[in-house]
Design a protein around this ligand. Sequence first.
Ligand code: BGC
Length: 433
Amino acid sequence: MPCAKVREICAAFAVESIEIVSQAFAAELERALRGQNSSLSILPSFLTSPSGEEQGEYIAIDFGGTNVRVMRVSLLGDGRYTTGRKVARPLADLAQGYDLTTPDTTGEELFDFIAALVKRITDAENDYALGLTFSYPMQQKAIDKAVLIEWTKEIKTSATVGRDIKSLLGQALRKQGLHRIEPVAIINDTVAALMAGAYSHSEVCMGSICGTGHNTCYLESSLHTLHGHPMIINTEAGNFSSVRVNSYDRHLDQNSLDPGKQRLEKMTSGKYIGELFRLILLDLMDQSLLPKAFQESSIWHPLSVDARILSSLRGHGLTERRYLQQWLNERGLSVYGASEQNLLAVIAEAILGRASGLIAASFLAILRRNKGVHSDLAVAIDGSIFEKVTGFSADIELFLNQGIKGSVVRLIHTADGSNIGAAVAAAQTTAMG
Ligand code: BGC
């Protein structure tokens, strides 16, 4: 039986009403659409849903999660594609002696790193159009004109905010001798998920990322591309702020690199939910409700816990139990037996249940806007939390189908969505001439 303190924690993480959160999200979105003050944004992508017939070979870069991924993508039409040579590198690899995420690295250095990866999978003799998925808030004036508004997800690379992303990438490619590669589309990863999903499934009207970060985009029928089609809009949903915060959320926020910002993201995404778990664990140790870790344990280090442990605490398979035991051992917590592990599972459940509930509430708000416009509703989603956390996608799907009457909502996982979507965006841009 969980003790009073644990019950208190669960209550602090409970979503009081999905409906109320959803209405608050809808109201914030409406304010943003009217140009009024809002924690959500209406960032234009200048792209519309693809036809599925786009074709050609493209270079696609995915920059914005834990790794940079560069890939050759061939679009075959009829919603089909193949991927070719690819390379991926982490943004930070301390064993290799680099970390591109701190102010010690400049935007130029960051893009030199990315361009060097592009060189590894291309030949300098051929012409290629390139699509870049750049997963941060960007102000765009055209598909290939994007300026970084601010960094999120604890990145603070210097001399990049306010800069034109295409120029940074273009210069870096030229330094590598890649004069025949032309960046033609710069898109957010949610837009990439939508493009990739809609390429094969025409009912996709939203794109979302539930990974290191969280965000959602959708097709807004009142805003149009240059050719008069509904435009895909990035809402920067991770910044949604009409959410009830508790003491752990406040602590996390105050110690983050962007206090007061990305409130929803800090409750739902892979960068932060492990940290919430860690903060609760330390609190329970402090109150002698759990045995204390040794001083040398990594559990004392901020942001040292990733979301995988939360998923393992939910699963009941052998792999999960092994991972949990190894996780505890590595942190000097091997004395935690069945009752402590049950308590940790209750905490993980509280954090994950809130995350999926809040995300579902935000999706509901957008789907209801789209209902009537589209008869079938599907959301294309990518990201490690969606893909790997036990039960996460099923929970969201359940909430959505309870909240939307009269149509079935499908969640479509877009594996490699950031790269495939970047290629589809490059194809749409090239076709528009
Ligand atoms: C960024 C978004 C991005 C999301 C998912 C957030 O931190 O602000 O632009 O779409 O992460 O990667």
